[in-house]
Design a binder for this molecule. Structure first.
Ligand SMILES: Nc1ncnc2c1ncn2[C@@H]1O[C@H](COP(=O)(O)OP(=O)(O)O)[C@@H](O)[C@H]1O
Ligand SMILES: [Mg+2]
Length: 230
């Protein structure tokens, strides 16, 4: 299912954090949102998820979801892997994954095998506390928890932040595979090599607005130097 965003805006009091952001994240593609710290990337994703109240339109496979609360968007197939992962440190890995079931409508009560097949380390560690995992393992857990809800569109906020290279590679393979299954993926990412490696499209934000967009193959050095810190 594609995600079509039209003139999305959010302000925190006097701070216009996102202004008139429009883009399409096509089904089967990884659309990368880039930009320096503080330009509005997290606000954009949290507005798409419905965790922040925004103006403008968000359509998921032709259904307008822009006015719906987050739990309704989740039921319709939208999932967010938040910045900083936000796993529950005092719950076990399995309990963290069970939380993801809330987004489903099919009555599934146990962790679907796909979560453990995707990241086998989570099966080995399923009785461990979330807080006892490494940062990379927690990120895998956060992604698996989103997948447990069987989403059609997946939003990820800087999943490679502070994570070791081998786990970044594993996450990249998983995201490519999910895109191959038809998911629309919106990836907020500052790590340029990762974007070039796994992204299909990019959109660059500056002060709340999307100022450049295109295919990642067109992500020139000029664009990078102008809008990103490298
Ligand atoms: N809860 C908040 N209240 C007020 N301003 C905020 C809040 N969260 C973020 N901001 C501001 O909104 C802007 C965008 O922040 P954010 O979306 O977190 O950017 P990014 O994810 O690109 O680093 C920044 O200027 C930030 O200081
Ligand atoms: Mg952020």
């Amino acid at each position: 299912m594609s995600l079509v965003v039209d003139k999305l805006s959010h302000r925190y009091g006097a701070v216009q954090a996102v202004q008139d952001a429009s883009f399409t994240a096509a089904a089967g593609q990884i659309t990368c949102v880039m930009g320096r710290n503080g330009v509005g990337k997290t606000t954009l994703l949290r507005s798409l998820m419905g965790q922040l109240k925004a103006t403008g339109s968000v359509r998921l496979h032709d259904t307008e979801i822009g006015g719906l609360p987050a739990h309704r968007r989740a039921k319709l197939g939208l999932a967010l892997v938040p910045q900083g992962r936000e796993i529950f440190p005092k719950l076990t890995v399995e309990e963290n994954l069970l939380v993801g079931l809330a987004a489903r409508s099919d009555g599934q009560r146990s962790v679907p095998e796909v979560a453990y097949e995707t990241f086998p380390i989570l099966r080995d560690f399923r009785r461990r506390m979330g807080g006892d995992l490494s940062g990379g393992q927690q990120q895998q857990l956060a992604i698996a928890r989103a997948m447990v809800g069987d989403p059609k569109a997946l939003l990820l906020d800087e999943p490679t932040e502070g994570i070791q290279p081998n786990i970044i590679q594993e996450i990249g393979r998983v995201l490519r595979r999910l895109a191959g299954q038809g998911l629309a993926i919106v990836l907020v990412e500052q790590y340029l090599d990762f974007v070039r490696e796994i992204g299909d499209r990019f959109a660059i934000m500056e002060r709340g607005q999307i100022v450049a967009a295109g295919a990642t193959s067109e992500l020139s050095q000029e664009i990078v130097q102008k809008h990103l810190n490298v």
